[in-house]
Design a protein around this ligand. Sequence first.
Ligand code: UDP
Length: 339
Amino acid sequence: MQDEQPCTRTILIPGGAGFLGSHLAEALLKLNHRIICLDNLSTGSLSNLTPLQGESQLDFIEADIAKPLPPLPKLDLILNLACPASPAHYQKDPIQTWKTSVFGAYHLLELARDRTIPILQASTSEVYGDPLEHPQKETYWGHVNSVGPRSCYDEGKRAAESLFFDYLRAYHLPIKVIRIFNTYGPRMDAQDGRVVSNFILQALRGQPLTLYGRGEQTRSFCYVDDLIDGIVRFIHFKGLTPGPLNLGNPSEYSILELAKLTLSLTQSSSLLSFKPLPTDDPRQRRPDIQKAQDLLQWSPQTSLQEGLTKTITYFQNLLHTAIPQDTQMNSKFGNLTRR
Ligand code: UDP
């Protein structure tokens, strides 16, 4: 990305009403940038933008990147975070997931090319599939089933990566690609079936924690603030490195360890309930973040215990508060455009 000065820029964030997109918008607003969140609200929610609704520098456009984009004002940068990311959500409408990943990337790359502006793609650790190399370095090409139920997301994101690098090679478009590993924290969707939100909600409600398989598979969980810090550093990095760049927390836990930690932090007496392992569920996942450490002097600062404690507090509050509906939010949100 070209030299990013700490001055006001107009930044388009497709997926800006999602869990990660809304946190990124918040962080960039604090740095005095003007933010346009564009989201089709399929899994994102205007309630994620509630904490930002007084911000005059924030606009929202309801639109779907899988379709031709609506007219947009002058832009300086695009950060593409648009796509359902939890297996439950992205498998609900796999064809739409693929269109969002691939057609969406194409539409945004054409926009960036037309405006001659830099563009960042949020890719995923899922491009490594069920990895045979551990931990996963950016140089690893992955081990992905191209015809399984996860492939709409995995292969969609892989196709998007290849498209980004083709635009770099063909048009010298300034691109950046990050690969995000499992991230958790406040504003996670309570309904998206991810392991952290499922376990916390089950523990708080006194329901059995659902472990898929024997809980021996591993993941490396990154607290959202750490991830956003890494993204912001990469955006402002004054270099032409396109990536791909792993961003995640290298501390690795089995799902059984996560369940036990959640029970202990919530002081819950919920039981463990073992369910069948989903098809193609990766057995292990841990990022090698040497590249991000060297390039950005970045590494996650939040322990799983600390991050889970904050996330538990968020879900405790959510359970005690009526969740605002998008329909209620619309009237409160100043700069809302529906298309
Ligand atoms: N998982 C689980 N119980 C749940 C939800 C998920 O045991 O209620 C497991 C799932 O099979 C996977 C891991 O937790 O091995 C992480 O799942 P998640 O959906 O959070 O993320 P992803 O599979 O995309 O890494």
